[in-house]
Structures are given as structure tokens and as C-alpha cells.
Design a protein. Structure first.
Length: 66
């Protein structure tokens, strides 16, 4: 799924610093969304200060909110 980059998206250099700190998934089915996409959605919401359900189509808002 293609989406336009947001000003709050992590750069490749920033993602390399953050990635080791992000908990990996345990056993079970593989995640549908990447950890980077989820972080980008959280940063977008924090910057915009809007309601969770008004997030752009980065990820389902209920996935990001939890």
C-alpha cells in the first residue's frame, strides 16, 4: 500500500537507531503492519493532536491506539 510521506515519518537513519529498541513479535501469526508504520502513525497523531480515528490511512486507528 502506497501512501505519501508525512513530515513526522522516521527517516532511515532514525529508524536504524530506534529499531533495536522496538519489541519484536513473539510466537503466533506474523504482524500485518510493520513496526515502523505503527511508529509513524503514532508520531503523526502526536504531532497533529487529532483524534485516533482521524489518522490518515497509515494503519487502522484501533491498532495504533492500543
Amino acid at each position: 500500500m502506497f501512501r505519501a510521506a508525512c513530515a513526522t515519518d522516521l527517516t532511515d537513519a532514525q529508524w536504524q537507531l530506534v529499531e533495536p529498541c522496538v519489541r519484536t513479535s513473539g510466537p503466533g501469526r506474523p504482524p500485518l503492519l510493520s513496526k515502523r508504520a505503527l511508529l509513524n502513525a503514532v508520531f503523526c497523531q502526536l504531532r497533529a493532536g487529532s483524534a485516533w480515528h482521524l489518522l490518515p490511512r497509515v494503519a487502522p486507528w484501533r491498532t495504533v491506539c492500543k
